[in-house]
Write a protein that binds this ligand. Structure first.
Ligand SMILES: Cc1cc2nc3c(=O)[nH]c(=O)nc-3n(C[C@H](O)[C@H](O)[C@H](O)COP(=O)(O)OP(=O)(O)OC[C@H]3O[C@@H](n4cnc5c(N)ncnc54)[C@H](O)[C@@H]3O)c2cc1C
Length: 539
């Protein structure tokens, strides 16, 4: 269709997530005019409904707090947890620029960062080489939604009214949470994105909503702009310096998932508008696409079911049972556990194991969470127990039959688990060992045994778990250190940049550490915006 309108800016950012908005702020800071085009009706992207945490090694807050850390140690940690498969140069780029991006956003965009206490590096502190206790995981303090003015209603956020710091230490009383809800104080990703949106608006950066970018424009051998729909018209927007593709991953594109992921995820807690548009926009210009080998961290184990808000957008993953918490386990159809339920790497590895007895099947998929009355009393409100799909019974055997699990296997497994819990150990999978699992389950006292609890008090309950993508793709475009999109000869496509979930996760290898996704959106947006704003690029 012929364009019905024209507009002109220095930079156009596609997508209003953490990556697109950070790129916009960085470019604007250097004096450029910027437009953000957002496909959905709300600003904020996936980070707005995320946990909001960002893994930022050797950051300025840690330094001020006297926490010893270094870029080199952080690179070594990433390489260790990635099984040596990560791209070391890219890991170093991450560790170098994440701290700079966070500092920049504190100094120039007013983001009120704080260290998330208690939160050790995820994968096995102290045995993971160069892992650190609290210091690397940051979040933004509680954010007043009312400070957004007219944008309050269309800036996306999740339901959380508390910070991760409060979750990991002492949660405020329900009355306080209710008061925050009334005042529209936002926690988790809502505070990170609320803060970015506020700064974007204060700077007078234009943001178009309901404005999907449909095509990149090319003139004189470089990307010169973008075609988008806006207010019912097709608009051609010239981008004098360049275009930043920050359209996120491909969670809501079944075709892209089938192309890149050897999986069968059936649910997503990402957004319906995250449909791999970067592949189609940049692919037509010869952009390289990489799909590095990585365990599928877009699987989220306790993910049943997903709650959606009025416009169909996921508000949160309603994990009705916290399988990392006491008195709950996850079992396969044979009734056997297959992982340390508290550790994502262990769970995800288990999910992809092929059954040695029936090699044409996955050994641990489907799988079920199983819990007892003690778990209900400790963690669940009555409403959660009304979730469709939960089966309940007075005995483990009856429960297994009702759920479709092998009854003898389940009974034996739980008896064995209980006997080990009594000894304070899990010799099979190391649950309760000194890793960060206690943060995500148990009573959060920090005690090592706090994720271990017997399953013995009827009624017993089970629910089949749904594998869920979480805005953590592995495949994506390939960029250089400035965020420029590379072609199949590794030559930058002039005027084309990418950041965040649209960029292949090449830096981590086999595994990653929580907070990496938000952090790379921030740092890659920062690098792209900075390079667009300065002809020299970074030192
Ligand atoms: C429940 C949940 C919890 C999470 N918690 C964490 C966490 O605590 N820490 C962490 O590091 N990561 C977390 N993540 C992952 C992380 O939030 C995402 O990887 C990250 O936010 C991606 O940011 P982005 O800016 O690259 O893309 P997105 O946030 O996906 O933004 C892309 C935006 O582009 C828009 N768009 C798409 N196509 C077009 C188009 N054609 N034109 C214009 N706009 C378009 C989309 O509508 C969207 O708004 C979580 C994810 C989920 C779902």
């Amino acid at each position: 269709m012929a364009p019905q309108a024209h507009a002109e800016y220095d930079v156009v950012c596609l997508g209003s997530g953490a990556a697109g908005l950070t790129a916009a702020i960085a470019a604007h800071e250097l004096g450029l005019s910027v437009l953000v085009v957002e496909k959905s009706s709300k600003i904020g992207g996936v980070a707005a409904i995320s946990g909001g945490q960002a893994w930022i090694p050797a950051n300025h807050l840690a330094e001020e707090a006297g926490i010893e850390d270094s870029v080199e140690n952080a690179v070594a940690y990433l390489m260790w947890i990635g099984g040596g498969l990560g791209d070391e140069a890219r890991a170093r780029h991450y560790c170098t620029y994440a701290r700079q991006a966070v500092r920049f956003l504190a100094d120039h965009a007013g983001l009120a960062w704080q260290i998330v206490p208690v939160a050790d590096d995820y994968h096995g502190h102290p045995e993971a080489r160069h892992s650190l206790g609290p210091g690397r995981l940051l979040e933004v303090e509680l954010f007043p939604g009312s400070s957004l003015g007219a944008a309050q209603s269309f800036t996306r956020h999740g339901p959380e009214r508390i910070t991760a710091s409060e979750v990991y230490t002492v949660a405020p009383p329900e009355a306080e949470i209710e008061a925050r809800r009334e005042r529209d104080e936002r926690g988790h990703g809502g505070s990170l994105l609320g803060s970015l949106v506020k700064n974007v608006l204060e700077r007078g950066i234009d943001v178009w909503r309901d404005a999907p970018a449909t095509e990149l424009l090319v003139a004189d051998g470089r990307v010169s702009g973008v075609r988008a729909t806006h207010e019912g018209s097709v608009v051609e927007v010239a981008a004098r310096r360049g275009v930043v593709v920050a359209t996120g991953g491909y969670d809501s594109s079944a075709a892209d998932r089938a192309s890149f992921d050897a999986d069968h995820a059936v649910s997503t807690s990402s957004l319906p508008s995250v449909t791999g548009d970067h592949f189609r926009l940049a692919g037509r210009l010869g952009a390289r696409v990489a799909a590095p080998f990585r365990l599928p961290h877009n699987f989220h184990l306790p993910g049943v079911p997903v709650i959606r808000d009025a416009d169909g957008v996921v508000q949160r993953d309603a994990s009705i049972v916290r399988s990392a918490a006491m008195h709950a386990v996850v079992v396969n159809r044979r009734g056997r556990r297959f992982a340390d339920e508290t550790t994502s790497a262990s769970r995800d590895a288990g999910l992809f194991a092929v059954d040695v007895h029936e090699p044409w099947k996955f050994a641990n998929n489907p799988c079920w969470a199983v819990w007892d009355a003690q778990h209900v009393a400790r963690y669940l409100d009555p409403e959660a127990m009304q979730t469709p799909g939960i089966v309940s019974a007075q005995s483990l055997k009856e429960l297994a039959v009702a759920a479709g699990i092998d009854p003898d296997g389940l009974e034996e497994e739980i008896a064995r688990f209980n006997a080990n819990v009594a000894l304070g150990t899990d010799p099979d999978f190391g649950r309760g060992s000194p890793n960060a699992g206690h943060i995500h389950g148990g009573d959060r006292s920090g005690a090592e045994e706090s994720t271990l609890g017997t399953i013995e008090q009827p009624p017993f309950h089970a629910v089949r778990l749904v594998q869920t993508t979480m805005g953590l793709p592995h495949a994506g475009l390939v960029t250089d250190g400035f965020g420029r999109v590379l072609d199949w000869d590794d030559v930058p496509i002039e005027g084309l940049y990418a950041a965040g979930g649209s960029v292949a996760f090449l830096e981590f290898g086999l595994n990653y550490t929580p907070g990496n996704a938000n952090a790379r959106s921030l740092l890659q947006g920062f690098c792209a915006g900075s390079h667009l704003g300065s002809s020299a690029g970074h030192p």
